[in-house]
Design a protein around this ligand. Structure first.
Ligand code: SF4
Length: 195
């Protein structure tokens, strides 16, 4: 989402659609898939004028593309009908759409709206628990714990920093502790073996 925003795809609607495409989909797939859709349609009006089948054809490379195509079409139409074609920066509105949970809603609020919201995916959840910074069992509980503990100035940035950190260094299996730059600050909670 941060990369797409840097390329200019930073409207609330574009960020929401890109986040939906990214669910259960690799970054290497998400970004070209979002590009393919946005080259054809990047506003709620333009997307609403496509059929669900056309949207599906454009995003077919991402996981659950049929369901996501239908959801994206519904969202575009609702934005036209209820918000005059402009998706507002409102986390409750975002979460009222099909297929949008707190992770995507909060990411959009942070990246597109520049408002302090924490988006916790599995990487942010795993890393902050291994550090011992929070002690929780689900990403949802981690989000609440971080809201109580993390200074607000880091709320948007934590996702941008820890998602790639979790993918490449503090990986799910065999984290790269021996070369990790923050080894001496980490409690390595529940890390049984590492590289
Ligand atoms: S030391 Fe290991 S467990 Fe701790 S953050 Fe680094 S890679 Fe993750």
């Amino acid at each position: 989402m941060f990369e797409l925003a840097g390329e200019g795809f930073n409207s609330t609607f574009e960020q929401l659609v890109a986040c939906m495409i990214s669910i259960r989909t690799y970054d290497e797939v998400t970004i070209p898939t979002a590009h393919r859709l946005f080259e054809r349609a990047r506003t709620p009006l333009q997307v609403s004028q496509l059929t669900v089948e056309e949207i599906d054809g454009l995003i077919h490379t991402c996981t659950f593309h049929e369901r996501k195509a239908a959801q994206i079409h519904v969202i575009a139409q609702r934005v036209l009908d209820e918000f005059d074609g402009k998706l507002p920066c409102d986390a409750e509105v975002l979460q009222s759409f099909p297929g949008v949970g707190p992770k995507c809603a909060h990411l959009v609020m942070g990246v597109a709206c520049n408002q302090p919201f924490i988006s916790v995916d599995i990487h942010v959840h795993r890393v902050t628990n291994r550090w011992g910074y929070v002690q929780t069992t689900t990403p949802e509980k981690t989000m609440i714990a971080l809201e109580e503990k993390l200074p607000q100035k880091y709320w948007i940035e934590i996702n941008r920093l820890l998602v790639p950190f979790g993918k490449h260094i503090c990986t799910g299996n065999l984290p790269k502790c021996s070369t990790c730059p923050i080894l001496d600050m980490c409690q390595q909670v529940d890390v049984k073996s590492h590289r």
